[in-house]
Design a protein around this ligand. Structure first.
Ligand code: CP
Ligand code: NVA
Length: 310
């Protein structure tokens, strides 16, 4: 059913609703198979190069274990160790790595770096987070929502916090899949306007709603899912103090989640800062599904790798 062989996985916007639906179904199947002790190894003898220009716990470990479970081998490269760190062009790196490995996962800063790598690589490239997007995380998030809510379509998804890479990918993903999404961010930290317009176009097709507001209560009211992320992303460490002030009224805490539906789920891509973007009572409370979400990085990314690399 899935025919994505050779495709890059850079942005959710590049995939149809059907393709994303099929990838999520494959992720669920692979999870079930793994829990039953079975194995599926379509990538025997293949290698995934993993380039990290930023720190990672989940992305690194889930990709490395994932490629191994699919029969292949993962290779971790910190950009400090690669010649990229000494100025070798991305285009040369892409062409050289394409002669050795069968796929590249990269976590970096500007999204244009990933686009450049994909342009020059002759093998599939996977975006493991840029300043603009984090598409693999959204696949795991949607797999988790389906597990807990049985569907995506018709749900209300609320994102409260920084209009960052997570907000962008969630906007595109929700709008594509037909889930209503409300994003609440302070003025000055709203999601990128071009991405919001793109999400609104997708929402028109899927019949869902996109709301951008600076009012967290408006976003959280009757939500089925409440999501937040750090106030200062990787690369913004020196803005921490300024951001703590700007986001002071945007904490996801007990009084905010009271506005949501009683059976709402709380999600966070992690790493989290208790007492900043989310209170401990919420993230460690009964409605939090953060560890299912983290686990699903493994299954969702196995589906992506199996689909594009085999
Ligand atoms: N959520 C996520 O991408 O986590 P890491 O930064 O640990 O990879
Ligand atoms: N917005 C965060 C997500 C981390 C997974 C960052 O870019 O640091």
């Amino acid at each position: 059913r899935l025919n994505l062989t050779g495709r890059d996985f850079l942005r959710l916007a590049d995939f149809t609703k059907q393709e994303l639906t099929d990838l999520l179904a494959l992720a669920a199947e692979l999870k079930k198979l793994q829990k039953a002790g079975g194995s599926y190894q379509p990538l025997k003898g293949k290698a995934l190069g993993m380039i990290f220009e930023k720190a990672s716990t989940r992305t690194r470990v889930s990709f490395e274990v994932g490629i191994y479970q699919l029969g292949g081998q993962g290779m971790f490269f910190s950009s400090k160790d690669l010649q990229i760190g000494r100025g070798e062009p991305i285009s040369d790196t892409a062409q050289v790595l394409s002669r050795y490995v069968d796929g590249i996962m990269i976590r970096t800063f500007g999204h244009e770096i990933v686009e450049e790598l994909a342009k020059y690589a002759s093998i599939p490239v996977i975006n493991g987070l840029t300043d603009e997007f984090h598409p693999c995380q959204i696949m795991a998030d949607f797999q988790t929502i389906i597990e807990h809510k049985g569907k995506l379509e018709g749900l209300k998804f609320a994102y409260v916090g920084d209009g960052n890479n997570m907000a962008h990918s969630l906007l595109i993903g929700a709008a594509k899949m037909g889930m209503d999404i409300a994003v609440a961010s302070p003025q000055g930290y709203m999601p990128d306007e071009a991405i919001v317009s793109m999400a609104k176009e997708f929402a028109k097709e899927s019949g869902s709603n996109v709301l951008i507001t600076d009012n967290p209560i408006e976003a959280a009211t009757q939500a089925d899912v409440i999501y937040t992320d750090v106030w200062a992303s990787m690369g913004q460490e020196e803005e921490q103090e300024k951001r703590e002030k700007a986001f002071a009224n945007y904490q996801v805490n007990g009084s905010l989640v009271e506005r949501a539906n009683a059976d709402y789920i709380f999600m966070h891509c992690l790493p989290a800062h208790r007492g900043e973007e989310v209170s401990a009572e919420v993230i460690d409370g009964a409605n939090s599904v953060i560890f299912d979400e983290a686990e699903n990085r493994l299954h969702a990314q196995k589906a992506i790798m199996a689909a594009i690399m085999s």
